[in-house]
Design a protein. Structure first.
Length: 256
């Protein structure tokens, strides 16, 4: 069983943890190529591409220039990402066994690196799957689709499983070739919902991110290996909703 999680925009390579070793990203060369391309844009272009402020665009361009420098500090992805989901995952508190389990069972989609393992050493960057750069297709989704689909299929084969548990955002998940994935494995998407007077609705984006991170933490620390174990998650007042679940979807209801 593999878990698929989205990355975070917030990256802090100074965070520390009990990572026993770091690994080299599978698509490091492609990441360097993308960031080198970004150095050719001026700051105003970068601000427009990412819909960010000029001061932040200056920082992003600096990331691009420093990306290929060997002395630029890096950190394992599971520690370096520090957005809402990763604060709930909180890998700094993982035991060695937890971390090794995560390395085998967790994958992180990335607009810059394509597909990451938890121990893969990453550097600060800004690159999303929806980002458009000249020479790289209509978006990073086009650029990465074949590469990351083939890689995650290979990872599933190596792990000896045919189950991919999707707790990623739609931006990340839709970057894969879903028809090819569905032909090679069983995909289970985890949904977090709430009950309203008008029926079931998705929880807020922030709560969804928190739930995804905590769900990943639950799976990793409990070494979940089967679908029935996934359904026992109860973090953040979530309750498994059997009637709203199917072979390809597991639904949880947030009890407010």
């Amino acid at each position: 069983m593999l878990l698929l999680l989205s990355p975070a925009k917030q990256i802090d390579v100074n965070r520390t943890g009990n990572i026993p070793f770091t690994t080299y990203p599978v698509f490091a060369e492609e990441a360097n190529e993308l960031m080198l391309s970004l150095t050719g844009y001026d700051v105003t272009d970068i601000a427009e591409i990412f819909s960010i402020s000029l001061p932040l665009a200056v920082k992003v361009k600096r990331y691009a220039y420093e990306f290929s420098e060997p002395e630029r500090k890096s950190q394992a992805a599971i520690l370096a990402y520090w957005g809402v989901a990763y604060k709930q995952l909180n890998a700094q508190l993982f035991s060695r066994d937890d971390l090794l389990y995560a390395q085998e069972h967790l994958r992180i989609g990335s607009g810059c690196y394509g597909l990451l393992r938890p121990f893969d050493a990453i550097k600060p960057y800004r690159m999303e799957f929806y980002t458009r750069l000249h020479g790289f297709g209509n978006s990073m989704q086009d650029f990465w689709r074949g590469k990351i689909t083939g890689e995650i299929i290979k990872d599933l084969r190596t792990e000896g499983s045919n189950i991919l548990v999707n707790i990623a955002s739609n931006e990340t998940f839709s970057s894969f070739d879903l028809s090819k994935l569905k032909d090679k494995c069983r995909i289970i998407t985890v949904n977090f919902r709430k009950i309203t007077p008008k029926g079931f609705k998705s929880v807020s984006p922030v709560l969804a991110k928190q739930a995804r991170g905590l769900f990943a933490r639950y799976v990793i620390q409990n070494k979940i290996e089967d679908v029935s174990g996934l359904c026992k998650f109860e973090g953040l007042n979530m309750q498994y909703y059997g009637e709203g679940s199917t072979e390809s979807n597991i639904s949880f209801i947030h009890a407010e």
